[in-house]
Design a protein around this ligand. Structure first.
Ligand SMILES: Cc1cc2nc3c(=O)[nH]c(=O)nc-3n(C[C@H](O)[C@H](O)[C@H](O)COP(=O)(O)OP(=O)(O)OC[C@H]3O[C@@H](n4cnc5c(N)ncnc54)[C@H](O)[C@@H]3O)c2cc1C
Length: 272
């Protein structure tokens, strides 16, 4: 997008230039594109998305409040292009169940909804607060607390930074002490932000023991340990499996060789 419109004021919807360049053709991540576009065009991403839907006539194609509970094959993979899919969905408000046949299914259910929790000795006996980053919203509930943040990737870094402004101490537990230059700079900026290796075990009295021999008594632990893939609605008779936190087999993270083009996945590859 920037290549096409290097000026600070890109065209609005409806201009010839916009029509020529649909954002999906230009970037690997649609959301990234939306963010790049959103700022100059309208004031908020919500308004941008609404305008995007209107312009491309998408609004009437969306069924809101409808959960897909089952997607299964009709016919066999050998039938190739003629393959069809049965899709069972449920309207959340009135509970109406629908069963329909489609020529193709694109799975775009995201991969940031099924929290992945680590397996740490003592997790079951540690009685204080333990949450996953998925439910973290704001730092205030942790004011004056000693907090252990498990994981030093993007969520762990963001959340630790926020917490450092209100919490008494923030202890980041990382798989390695070889951290990015950015994180290292941040840690040196805050006196209450500390880096440790992995957690060895958790004790009933609130102690958190790290493998490097250090320990703290913490009030909360926030697991910033990522997400697992989950496709509970998809029945491909074993042709697509979630194994070792991978979905496959998929060509280019998108097309299952045996089932494409009638089945495809969007954004299975994790950038975060
Ligand atoms: C903390 C965090 C920060 C991030 N920051 C950035 C960032 O700064 N920049 C960036 O580019 N990306 C960022 N990302 C990544 C970005 O959010 C994802 O890449 C993006 O949301 C993926 O879009 P998606 O449409 O594939 O999935 P989602 O946005 O997860 O959308 C999936 C949709 O499918 C629906 N759904 C799920 N199951 C069903 C079902 N059975 N039936 C019907 N509907 C269903 C869900 O309700 C949801 O609406 C961040 C992610 C996280 C977790």
């Amino acid at each position: 997008f920037l290549e096409f419109f290097p000026t600070p004021s890109p065209p609005r919807f409806g201009t010839p230039a916009w029509r020529i360049t649909a954002p999906v053709n230009l970037h690997r991540g649609e959301i990234t594109t939306i963010r790049l576009l959103a700022k100059p065009v309208v004031s908020t991403p919500f308004l941008y998305l609404r305008e995007f839907c209107q312009w491309f006539g998408l609004r009437e194609l969306i069924r809101f409040n409808t959960r897909v509970d089952y997607v299964g094959m009709v016919g066999s993979a050998e039938s190739g292009d003629k393959m069809k899919w049965i899709v069972r969905s449920k309207e959340k408000k009135c509970g109406k169940v629908m069963e329909e046949i489609f020529d193709a299914v694109v799975v775009a259910t995201g991969h940031y909804s099924q929290p992945r929790m680590p397996n740490i000795k003592g997790m079951d006996v540690w009685t204080r607060k333990q949450i996953h980053s998925h439910v973290y919203r704001v730092p205030e509930p942790h004011r004056d607390e000693v907090v252990v943040v498990v994981g030093s990737s993007l969520s762990g870094q963001d959340i630790s930074l926020e917490l450092a402004t209100v919490a008494k101490e923030v202890h980041i537990s990382s798989k390695s002490l070889e951290i990015t230059e950015g994180l290292s700079k941040v840690i040196s900026k805050y006196q209450n932000l500390h880096l440790h290796l992995q957690i060895e075990s958790l004790c009933e009295d609130g102690q958190v023991l790290f493998v490097d021999g250090s320990s703290v008594i913490a009030d909360s632990i926030i697991y910033c340990t990522g997400y697992s893939y989950s496709l509970p609605f998809l029945d491909t008779k074993g042709m697509i499996v979630v194994d070792d936190d991978r979905v496959g087999p998929l060509y280019e993270h998108t097309f299952p060789p045996l089932l494409a083009p009638s089945l495809s996945f969007f954004m299975i590859h994790k950038y975060y």
